[in-house]
Write a protein that binds this ligand. Structure first.
Ligand code: ADP
Ligand code: MG
Length: 481
């Protein structure tokens, strides 16, 4: 049973209705799939998420305008017909571009009925019937929002995230183990924190017989305030404190929100004392979350703290390969390498770029080439070209470690200067599109193999020295902003 938070007061009927709609949608999808074929179906129709029903109209959401227009022109009428056949009161389908925070398309497993997904609200797994425990009625008005695309299977593991991944898996297998409670996941934007949390939730659900609540810290605050307003804080607390696993995403949001922090702290303690699992994500480590109360920071740091580092080129390539393979469109290695070089900061953007390429390939039925890529992604690439220069990197790195700028190109090999120099080379490789020989030249005419060595050395040290990794990450963020 999954729980997340639902804003609707009449949660029960809302949940039932959402369930019924989702079932209808599964049937519609499976008919459409039969009508249009697998390729078309995956290219377009799996991107649709269910929006609200208003009178005789249901809203369907698509991630981009491009997709919305295409789906509208190609399938708009058919969608209306099919919806009307399913639910007689629905006469029209409105296609809209999803806004941030809107539901995303769930992965529907057409043969077996809806997956764990349930973007709207929750679909408790049918296996609940066989569970020995009564379904926790009191909890069901906090409804789940798990994205069915985010599972361990679709998470690509590489050096920067392998530790966080291993911890997440471990907690999904054995919640509440000593040493893993709380599990604190942290890292920069778009590096997979939410993906990992949803994966844990999906895995726990699959095993069944646990209740999982997942919500962003923002939602947590919103619910808390709503409960105060409606004088139902007791119920809210009880609901929260009755779950087996509580996941709070983007905890940094609670900085400066003292009352909500206080409430979270008490919930946290109550759950941990009762042997329940807590999983929290944030953009910084507990010790760096200044602005959170000390006692909360201390408790957050007492379980397992796992950092997701910035992606490496290799990881970006693996992620792209896996997503390209899943799409069924052939994307040449050259194109994948080009993207992995150009878009370095954020997996979400990388994914967005690839999705756009795939959409175009499907639309025009043309193979993906490097040329087409540059054309189709013109605007994205331009934004990423506004990137730092090697000189800026050298300057920032030298300042950070308090060495002379000239030492970036000097022949000195003492570690105090050699290490920062290696970091600067590493960042130059990560943040600019310069080739290894070009980078070498900017560092006192060094050979490209020296740059290569610097890159792998820095990656190695980052993997085993958290403080060093944080320094590098910090520099990267400063340079990127
Ligand atoms: P965060 O919560 O850290 O900001 P998300 O978990 O939302 O990041 O990830 C952003 C996007 O990138 C998601 O679509 C996610 O599936 C994808 N993503 C991030 N890391 C990976 C990975 N290692 N493998 C596959 N997809 C990933
Ligand atoms: Mg997130």
């Amino acid at each position: 049973m999954t729980i997340g938070v639902d804003d609707d007061e009449s949660a029960f009927s809302h949940v039932d209705e959402a369930k019924a709609l989702e079932k209808s949608w599964v049937r519609i999808c499976s008919r459409l799939k039969g009508e249009v074929g697998d390729v078309e179906y995956h290219a377009w129709l799996t991107k649709i998420a269910l929006g609200p029903v208003d009178g005789d109209e249901i809203t369907l959401l698509l991630p981009t305008r491009f997709l919305r227009d295409w789906v509208r022109s190609q399938y708009g009428d058919r969608l209306s017909e099919l919806w009307n056949q399913e639910v007689a009161s629905i006469r029209r389908v409105e296609l809209q571009v999803a806004r941030p925070g809107d539901p995303v398309a769930p992965v529907l497993q057409l043969d077996e009925g809806p997956a764990v997904s349930a973007q709207q609200n929750i679909v408790p797994p049918e296996s609940d019937e066989s569970s020995s425990r009564p379904a926790p009625e009191a909890r069901s008005d906090i409804a789940a929002i798990l994205d069915g695309r985010f599972t361990f299977d679709t998470f690509v593991v590489g050096k920067p995230n392998e530790f966080a991944y291993a911890c997440a898996r471990r907690v999904a297998e054995k919640p509440s183990s000593v040493g893993f409670n709380p599990l604190f996941l942290y890292g920069g934007v778009g590096l997979g924190k939410t993906h990992l949390m949803h994966s844990i939730g999906a895995e726990l659900l699959q095993r069944g017989n646990v209740s999982v609540a997942y919500m962003s810290a923002e939602k947590f605050m919103y619910r808390f305030i709503a409960a105060i307003r409606s004088q139902s804080t007791m119920e809210f607390k009880e609901q929260l404190r009755s779950v087996d696993v509580l996941m709070i995403d983007d905890l940094q949001f609670l900085i400066g929100k003292d009352n909500t922090q206080e409430e979270f702290f008490h919930t946290f303690n109550a759950l941990v004392d009762a042997g329940r699992q807590i999983i929290v994500s944030a953009d910084k480590s507990p010790s760096d979350l200044s602005g959170l109360e000390d006692r909360l920071r201390t408790r957050l740091g007492c379980g397992m703290v796992a950092d997701i580092h910035a992606t490496t080129f290799e990881l970006r390539i693996s992620i792209l390969e896996s997503k390209a393979a899943a799409s069924g469109v052939i994307v040449p290695t050259k194109v994948l390498e080009f993207l992995a070089h150009k878009i370095t900061s954020n997996v979400r953007e990388l994914e967005g770029a690839l999705n756009r390429l795939i959409a175009h390939a499907n639309l025009f039925g043309r193979p993906v080439t490097l040329e087409a890529t540059q054309d189709v992604l013109h605007d994205i690439l331009k934004a990423h070209d506004r990137r730092v220069t090697i000189e800026e990197i050298q300057k920032k790195v030298a300042e950070h470690w308090n060495i002379r700028l000239t030492d970036m190109s000097s022949a000195r090999r003492a570690r105090v200067v050699a290490r920062p120099r290696q970091v600067a080379m590493y960042l130059a490789k990560q943040l600019t599109s310069r080739s290894l020989p070009e980078i070498g030249r900017k560092f006192g005419n060094r050979d490209h193999t020296t740059v290569m060595h610097a890159v792998s050395r820095v990656e190695e040290i980052m993997a085993c020295d958290a403080a060093f990794a944080e320094d590098v990450e910090l520099l990267r963020r400063m340079l990127e902003s």
